[in-house]
Ligand binder design. Structure first.
Ligand code: DPP
Ligand code: ZN
Length: 882
């Protein structure tokens, strides 16, 4: 397969104005008729018209009502080409036959639990009918659906229901019309036995929107939280909020634009969810929740993803991407929007910490490997960081001005990341010349900062230098535009007032409304540059990159004492947490060296004390404490090593946790005791924070070999009134092989076997276990009656979960790699998207020692040699090997 490049983008020769679809859904086959109004981009043009199509049987083809014969078109396994279409406007009518029942790829039209549903992003529409399957083809659609009435009582598509009725032979039909132009990747259809939870939202301008969340009848009680989330998201997007006493301020000021909004939950879905116009389709996992079956993390994920898909209505649907290289235009922006929404609904600091942890655990390792790619084409989370940087640089109101101009210029269009940049720049008259490099340069920039205090001159200097590591295909990099939010702490731990900074030969004022500030944003744009602060009465401790203002790796010259000071005093909560993480990373890397040199492991007493004082600090938010006492993940530590050593990192993290638990047993027991509650489950910040703190304390205690703790965890397990607490107790008990562990795992399954989402938690907990030789257990679970390799959630839970275990996936005997290799080949035949996600676990193979490298490489080669390998898997496996 030929790789496609951004520079090769060409405008289409033909546009589609109107598309009328008719689906006749059947058990043997489904017939799709499509009638398209076509017009050429250039008047008088007679270029061939190329349509995409895969796994389709062409039944008939008409141009302007005239049936085309074999010589008038060319058909191959991926295209239908009309060699000389009529000059000017014409109508194209295509009839195809498809087989959704046999579609295991879950792209295009398929069946999930007896219901028909679609997934068209990115290129699934071509599995439904022949079409110019590219997002710059935007048309108005109608969709008529015909199906058996008793099997498929509910028939849904995009837009408004304009007609429905009975047909002969116990069939019925519905006709939907979407008044907005859209690319075909936003088309959706659902048909099945579904019921809805109904509600109403009245927009700020008074539009009454009917809201419906559709599921199989038995799941309806579990949609209350999703409905709450949808209404919260709709309100947030149009709402006004108070901003730092500066008056009332609209965040986005965006209202919903139709009278109906549907969400459908389906159990078989490759991703999380899909933002199809007015008919969002969701993985059930991100809709269904009850206190008994879903954890706080599930509740939070549902809130965030319901928000995300809803927000796409403006950022993605009304303004869409010109081509798939612009994915981050909609995804980066919409992820940013959902992060802000979650921050406003919960704790801003905690949401930020979680998002940055994701960036460090997934994005940075990828940035440093063979799969490194720029934000464009498809980095979601780094794309969100880029949008956040616009806001940091332009301020809230500048950012809003940019958003307004973006919609004013581009509503109803398919555009590029440059268009977004231009709107931000023009709305603010801003000079952001090399900012666009964030879209094109891959790799995580490394920023080094060196500080000097001159007591005589009372000046404080910060010297920055930056470097972007080379990545495949991009050996040489330019310096980036890096916004560095920072402040200076005095010896009492207070922020020093800052009013000017000397930079680039000039004294720049940094006051706001004439007043000194506590945090300022330095614009670091060169390979090396200095910022000098005047009138600094004592040596300050700098708090750099507040709120994590840019997605970079920061190396500073802060001493351990500085870091403990920031941990105790920084007014920027994110940087308080960060100081603790820097200390923990240093500590763990030091212990890793000791482990590798066979030295005894000893926990630094200062670290223990810092940990103790955070745990016992009742003035801190409990969820913040829970985050602050969580050690950096193993992947994060491995990412910082020359040669990643999973055994050493795992041993060190286990040791550190156990040591902390031993030393602080009493405090941790008190934390558990003081944070129980017998109240009914509430999804709100205080209660979630309390549970988070209690459960992390329990997890630490679970690392001890101690009968008293086992008793405690068992009691917590048995008395839990919600899944958050019950699952946390199970996790605490799961850490070491024992009879109790086996019994409680069996009990959990028996209790929840009727609920597939809970059973998935049970699969993943066992899959990720570091019990030695766990691969055998995982292999056995493949045969468990509750497992089904065609269901992506189950694959992600069991096979994906296993790849998250550093010791078992990376086992030195190669058993983990061999298992994954076999699974990828098997999965690829059923569902290439799922298989390609799984094969990514190999992509960092060069980071490990030689033995592991050889073992992983052999598996990648075996996969590449497999018959009929999909393009998805080929791309990742071959790039990984390159
Ligand atoms: N466009 C989809 C989403 O944003 C892809 N997962 O959720
Ligand atoms: Zn999205």
């Amino acid at each position: 397969p030929k790789e496609i490049f951004l520079k090769d983008y060409k405008q289409p020769d033909y546009f589609f104005e109107k598309v009328d679809l008719k689906f006749t859904l059947g058990e043997e086959k489904t017939i799709v008729c499509s009638k398209i109004d076509v017009y050429p981009r250039l008047e008088g043009s007679s270029s061939p018209l190329l349509l995409d199509g895969e796994d389709l049987k062409l039944i008939s083809l008409k141009v302007n009502d005239k049936e085309l014969k074999g010589d008038d078109f060319h058909l191959d396994s991926r295209h239908l080409i009309l060699s000389s279409p009529p000059i000017g406007r014409f109508t194209l009518e295509i009839v195809t036959e498809i087989h959704p029942q046999k579609n295991t790829s879950l792209e295009g039209l398929y069946k999930s639990s007896g219901n028909f549903c679609t997934q068209c992003e990115a290129e699934g529409f071509r599995k439904i009918t022949f079409y110019q399957d590219r997002p710059d083809i935007m048309a108005k659609y109608t969709c008529r659906i015909e199906a058996d009435k008793s099997l498929y009582p509910v028939l849904l598509s995009n837009g408004n229901l304009i007609e429905q009725g009975e047909m002969e032979g116990d069939k019925h039909y519905a006709i939907w019309e979407d008044p907005f132009v859209k690319p075909c990747y936003l088309f959706a259809l659902v048909a099945g036995q579904l019921e809805s939870r109904d509600d109403i939202f009245i927009t700020r301008s008074g539009r009454k929107v009917s809201l419906k969340i559709w599921t199989p009848p038995q799941d309806l009680p579990k949609t209350a939280h999703a409905m709450y989330s949808l209404k919260a998201a709709m309100k947030w997007d149009e709402d006004v909020k108070d901003l730092y006493f500066c008056g009332v301020f609209e965040v986005f000021g965006l209202e919903y634009d139709l009278d109906l909004f549907n969400i459908v939950a389906v159990p078989d879905f490759n991703m999380g969810a899909m933002e199809n116009k007015s008919l969002n389709i969701f993985n059930s996992k991100l809709v269904l929740a009850s206190p008994e079956t879903a954890t706080d993390a599930d509740y939070a994920a549902i809130l965030g993803v319901i928000g995300h898909e809803y927000f796409h209505n403006w950022t993605g649907n009304r303004v869409t991407c010109r081509d798939w290289f612009q994915l981050s235009l909609k995804e980066g922006l919409t992820v940013f929007r959902d992060q802000e929404f979650s921050s406003d609904m919960g704790s801003r600091t905690v949401v930020r910490i979680a998002d940055v942890s994701t960036l460090r655990n997934y994005q940075f390792p990828q940035d440093a490997g063979p799969m490194a790619h720029p934000v464009r084409p498809h980095s979601y989370i780094k794309g969100a960081e880029v949008v956040r940087m616009y806001k940091t640089l332009l301020g809230s109101s500048g950012f809003r001005k940019g958003m307004d101009l973006y919609f004013k210029r581009h509503d109803g269009q398919a555009v590029t990341c440059e268009d977004f940049y231009a709107a931000m720049r023009d709305a603010n008259g801003a000079d952001m010349s090399n900012f666009l490099l964030w879209y094109s340069q891959a790799g995580t920039p490394r920023v080094k900062v060196v500080s000097t205090y001159d007591a005589q001159a009372k000046t404080y200097s910060l010297k920055f230098s930056q470097e972007v590591p080379s990545t495949p295909g991009q050996p040489i990099k330019e310096p980036m535009f890096i916004p560095v939010a920072m402040g200076l702490l005095d010896s009492n731990g207070n922020d020093m007032p800052l009013s000017s900074v000397y930079h680039d030969g000039k004294l720049e004022s940094i006051t706001m409304d004439g007043q000194p500030v506590h945090t300022t944003v330095l614009r670091v744009t060169k390979k090396e540059e200095e910022f000098l602060f005047n009138d600094i009465p004592e040596r300050p401790v700098p708090s750099i990159l507040r709120g994590y203002s840019a997605p970079v790796r920061l190396d500073s010259d802060l001493t351990d004492a500085d870091l403990y000071f920031l941990l105790a005093n920084d007014s920027d909560e994110f940087n308080r947490w960060e100081a603790g993480q820097v200390l923990a990373r240093k500590l763990m890397l030091g212990l890793v060296s000791d482990f590798q040199e066979n030295k005894p492991l000893v926990l630094n007493p200062q670290f223990l004390n810092g940990f103790r004082s955070i745990l016992g600090n009742s003035s801190l938010d409990k969820e913040f404490i829970a985050k602050a006492i969580t050690l950096p993940a193993e992947g994060e530590i491995m990412d910082m090593m020359e040669v990643a050593d999973p055994d050493a990192v795992h041993a060190v993290r286990t040791f550190t946790r156990k040591q902390l638990a031993t030393e602080l047993k009493q405090e941790l027991l008190n934390t558990v005791k003081n944070n129980r509650s017998t109240q009914k489950y509430e999804f709100d910040h205080p209660n979630m924070a309390r549970r988070a703190l209690k459960n992390i304390a329990l997890a630490y205690l679970g690392s001890l070999e101690d009968a008293e703790i086992t008793e405690l965890a068992l009691r917590e397990y048995r008395t839990a009134t919600n899944m958050t607490d019950q699952f946390a107790a199970l996790v605490a008990l799961d850490q070491k092989p024992s009879k109790v562990r086996d019994e409680v795992l069996a009990d959990f399954y028996n209790k929840w076997q009727h609920d597939f989402l809970v059973v998935n938690k049970w699969f993943s907990l066992q899959a990720v276990s570091d019990v030695p030789g766990n691969v055998e257990n995982v292999r056995k679970l493949l045969d468990h009656p509750a497992f089904d390799i065609r269901n992506p959630n189950k694959v992600y839970a069991l096979i994906g979960g296993f790849c998250g275990s550093p010791v078992n996936f990376h086992a030195k005997d190669g058993s983990g790699y061999k298992f994954l290799g076999e699974m990828v080949v098997q999965l690829d035949k059923l569902n290439p998207q799922v298989a390609s996600r799984m094969v990514s676990a190999f992509s960092r193979w060069k980071r490990y020692d030689e033995t592991r490298q050889n073992l992983a490489k052999a598996q990648l080669e075996m996969i590449l040699a497999a018959n009929g390998l999909s393009e998805n898997v080929f791309e990742i496996a071959s790039k990984s090997l390159a």
